[in-house]
Design a protein around this ligand. Structure first.
Ligand code: ZN
Length: 267
């Protein structure tokens, strides 16, 4: 037979005791400070998150838009924006090459107005980028910096992956050229040497992988070309390949157009 326990009004958890535990004036005070306590806790959490983020960004400057660009840094979220910034800041760009101990020749400024190119350079030795062919091509310092990262992080690993060897030479169709965008009225990035047209990769054993000859051939060469194109899209603000139009059937157009919106073109 079941026995029902009678409520003991003096027990500490009885409804009567609980009702007495909170005096109305005290309850009102707790209720009035509760929103402030919640906001205080949120503010503390936000401050802790900000401190943690600052510490993390200090350890990962490649993700920090405010941190100085260094050639030795790995690629990060901010790398492409920083490269675009170098296109308008020759001093910062050459300083990065100086800090990296890179040998280079700074070429004299050429052109006038919209066709003024004042940060052309040629890397000497092939410490950072394999020999360019023709070697006298002198793209902007910013484009050269992007080429360095493209070779280190994209072209070299993919050459090893697909062909088991290193790339010895990168062939190009030129950089500086005072002209409008094909079919348009705006000046091309070539007008300030802020672009380069890459046409082929020559491997250590002499094998040549060219955009015009191997893009649509299938197999390892075609797959390699697509992957190096995709990797360029993470660094350059404009990457145009044969997928874009017939004018780019024989080369990749790579440039560092400065776009405030941050959008990039990858075709
Ligand atoms: Zn081009």
């Amino acid at each position: 037979m079941k026995t029902r326990r009678r409520a003991n009004p003096s027990a500490p958890d009885s409804p009567a005791a609980l009702a007495q535990a909170c005096h109305p004036s005290h309850c009102d005070r707790v209720k009035s400070v509760r929103p402030y306590l919640i906001w205080f806790a949120v503010a503390v959490l936000l401050a802790l998150a900000a401190v943690y983020t600052m510490q993390w960004l200090r350890k990962h400057p490649e993700h920090n838009p405010a941190a100085r660009f260094e050639l030795a840094q790995p690629q990060g979220w901010a790398t492409q924006r920083k490269l675009m910034g170098l296109a308008g800041d020759a001093d910062a760009c050459f300083a990065a090459f100086d800090r990296a101990g890179a040998g280079y020749l700074r070429r004299p400024p050429i052109g006038q107005g919209g066709c003024r190119a004042d940060q052309r350079m040629i890397l000497t030795g092939n410490k950072l980028v394999p020999t360019m062919a023709p070697a006298e091509v002198a793209p902007s310092c910013a484009v050269t910096a992007a080429m360095v990262l493209w070779h280190r992080d994209v072209v070299a690993p993919l050459t090893r992956k697909y062909f088991g060897q290193r790339v010895a030479r990168i062939e190009n169709l030129g950089s500086y050229n005072c002209r409008n965008i094909r079919g348009g009225t705006r000046l091309s990035q070539h007008s300030t040497a802020n672009a380069i047209d890459v046409s082929a990769f020559v491997l250590a054993d002499g094998t040549r992988v060219s955009v015009v000859g191997d893009w649509s051939g299938g197999g390892a060469k075609a797959a390699f070309l697509r992957e190096v194109r995709d990797g360029a899209c993470d660094l350059f603000s404009t990457t145009l390949s044969p997928d874009f139009n017939a004018a780019h059937a024989d080369h990749f157009h790579l440039d560092l157009t400065a776009r405030k919106s941050g959008w990039t073109t990858c075709r």
